[in-house]
Design a protein around this ligand. Structure first.
Ligand code: CA
Length: 220
């Protein structure tokens, strides 16, 4: 896997460009959005390990965006950037569901240190993901069934199920799953094949088919 994927939602093009370069130099894979609407769409449809969200954004304001993401079950850690630095402003940001809040102007080294801290804390949480009938351990690529039995998954089975389990309720199209999990494959039928493998090992209900749209984590 390449570097940690960070979603940068910032409408100030100069600052976004600077942060993109610095983060890329640090080994992050950076995806940029210049408004809240685009950022929301990306955050709901693609996996990121961490997000940086400017508070003052066009289309969908930063704290509103964060509240909407949390309402949809997206638990990716978020660092808010804001020109507002009073205590009440920080409290607003944390109440909206952000993990950390950094007032502009800030030192780049402090931003990088805070991102590392967020990732460390989150990875401890993210090691286990709930799936129907048990929990998926990302590190060992195994599912611990509710009864105690462990089921081993292949790397791709675990990547597919892990992506769906990290966004319960979100429907991914076959094309999105092909891009995100099977980036060296050409045909969307490979997605169907691995859904079949996961179901064979873990039961049909582990992944739901949403007719005409794609797949999501099973709801049982
Ligand atoms: Ca702004």
């Amino acid at each position: 896997m390449t570097g940690r994927r960070v979603l940068l939602i910032e409408d100030d093009a100069d600052l976004a460009g600077l942060l993109d370069r610095v983060l890329t130099d640090e080994g992050y894979g950076v995806t940029r959005a210049g408004d809240g609407h685009t950022g929301l769409h990306l955050a709901l449809t693609q996996p990121f390990e961490v997000m940086i969200v400017d508070r003052g954004l066009p289309a969908v304001e930063g704290l509103d965006l964060i509240a909407r993401l949390r309402g949809r079950g997206v638990s990716t850690p978020i660092l808010v950037l804001s020109a507002l630095s009073r205590t009440e402003d920080r409290v607003d940001g944390l109440d909206a569901g952000a993990e950390d809040y950094l007032a502009k102007p800030f030192e780049l080294n402090e931003l990088l240190a805070r991102l590392r801290a967020l990732l460390r804390r989150h990875l401890d949480h993210a090691a286990q993901l709930n799936v129907p009938g048990g929990s998926l351990d990302i590190a060992t690529r195994s599912v611990r069934r509710t009864g105690g039995e462990a089921v081993e998954l292949s790397e791709r089975e675990a990547a597919l199920l892990g992506l769906l389990a990290a966004r319960p309720g979100v429907v991914f199209s076959r094309g999105e799953l092909l891009d995100l999990v099977f980036d060296d494959a050409e045909s969307e039928t490979v997605v169907d094949t691995y859904v079949h493998y996961c179901r064979r090992k873990l039961g049909r209900g582990v992944i739901s088919t949403v007719r005409g749209l794609g797949y999501r984590l099973g709801s049982s």
